[in-house]
Design a protein around this ligand. Sequence first.
Ligand code: ZN
Length: 167
Amino acid sequence: MAFQTSKDTKYNQLVLSDITVIKELLTFRGSIDDTNFNQGACATNSLKMNTDVISLFADLDELIKKSLNEEQIKLLSYITKDYSNYTIAKILGIPVKTIGSRFNTICLKIKQENDRQWRKVTYINKLRLKTKICSKCREFLPATDEFFSLNNSSKDLFHSQCKKCKK
Ligand SMILES: [Zn+2]
């Protein structure tokens, strides 16, 4: 978001660390898109809310890209479009009764990625911990065993690839 400040980011990270909020946002996204996004400039209040909601969804999209696999993204897009569980199961060729737990897994993965990003920023900017660049994704990450698994044969004790890439 062009107008996003660091304050907004903190607020979004706080909001998106709650799994219930993530679930609600994803479930009701379709109706929010229709009723609020397209109304444009009306009352100041709703415009303010729109900006907040839009920046929240922008952050949510980033987390979705970073944490979910293709199948999960597909499933999520059908849930957002308000397809019934039966329809989704038919399209994806999966049992209907697994959809609830698959959606829970999706929400949990988004929450974990949000919290991971939050700790990453805090460790680097506030605690000023040493960083290490992952040899695969080229992301600067705190040099801690949360982000890199330990490797006693390497000089700095960490593997060269981050935990996410090494999976
Ligand atoms: Zn990596």
